[in-house]
Ligand binder design. Structure first.
Ligand SMILES: Nc1ncnc2c1ncn2[C@@H]1O[C@H](COP(=O)(O)OP(=O)(O)OP(=O)(O)O)[C@@H](O)[C@H]1O
Length: 276
């Protein structure tokens, strides 16, 4: 793990000013780093600002939101960069996996072409090369019968298969950071476990950093090296996942841990027997 962080968030504040309401601070002085190759978990109750935090990093905040502070990606401040530059960084340096793959996918385009598109637009590949590479990507995300399925449309796949497509799209340009916002919440429990295993393997294989947003402590315990706990737009706790789970410093974290996963679920999958 290198010393200088890949991503460094400094004093991030986000205010929302709806046209018919009062301005509201939804992220308040949030600070953290993500180092190359590590998986950082962001956990917190509904409305604590987890999604707005990921959207801020991706440069996809809604128009009514205003962000200040710094989001430094390899030293480049994303809050003061142009939209054109953000488009390049999204995909090439930061891959994104959304919660509901069906809404993130284009219903009128084959999944092979959706995976290939970024490689054509941002990776300089011809459509022919990109389509071949898309089938490779589908194999990597363990999509059965990838060559045939590349010609399918999103509605022809199961929820788990659609999320595999979402992961293939996010990884197509080999980003250094993957942001996964509740990537398995929309899936049923057995499929959740398969997709988490897949993500964990791919992150290791590609040597990527990952920011995993989840309200599910079991998912965080299983996947993350370090964890941040959010309450009402503020980071209230941060530490090695094991430490946060074993010695929570904040009363809120302690109350959250009352729904703690069983010990066998704790720790990275490569070390399943270790207590958390
Ligand atoms: N487009 C929006 N307009 C107005 N308020 C918003 C908007 N998006 C988010 N908010 C508010 O910002 C706060 C943080 O929302 P955010 O979606 O980041 O929470 P979250 O922690 O991701 O919640 P969940 O786990 O339910 O997805 C909430 O109070 C929410 O109501």
């Amino acid at each position: 793990m290198s010393n200088s962080p890949f991503l460094s968030v400094r004093n991030l504040n986000v205010c929302i000013a709806p046209s018919n309401g009062r301005e509201m601070t939804v992220l308040d002085g949030v600070e953290f780093d993500v180092h190359a190759g590590e998986t950082l978990g962001i956990v917190g109750e509904s409305g604590s600002g987890k999604s707005l935090l990921s959207l801020s990093i991706m440069g996809l905040l809604p128009d009514i939101a205003k962000a200040s502070g710094q989001i430094l990606l390899e030293g480049e401040d994303l809050l003061s960069t142009s939209e054109t530059r953000m488009c390049t960084l999204r995909g090439k340096r930061i891959g994104i996996i959304f919660q509901e793959p069906l809404t993130a996918l284009n219903p009128a385009m084959t999944i092979g072409d959706q995976i290939a598109e970024g490689m054509v637009c941002h990776g300089g590949l011809s459509w022919r090369e990109a389509r071949l590479r898309a089938v490779d990507m589908m194999d990597q995300v363990r999509m059965p019968d990838a060559k045939r399925r590349a010609k399918a449309y999103p509605h022809e796949l199961s929820g788990g298969q659609r999320q595999r497509v979402g992961i293939a799209i996010a990884l197509a340009l080999k980003p250094a950071l993957l942001i996964a916002d509740e990537p398995t919440t929309a899936l049923d429990v057995t499929v959740q476990a398969e997709v988490l295993d897949l993500l964990s393997d791919l992150v290791d294989e590609h040597g990527m950093a990952m920011m995993l947003v989840s309200h599910d402590l079991g998912v965080i315990a299983r996947m993350c090296d370090r964890t941040i706990v959010m309450v009402a737009g503020q980071k209230i706790e941060e530490g090695a996942t094991r430490t946060v789970f074993e010695h929570p410093a904040h009363p809120y974290t302690r109350s959250l841990l009352q729904s703690v996963p069983s010990r066998s679920e704790c720790g990275r999958r490569s070390d399943p027997e270790e207590p958390c």
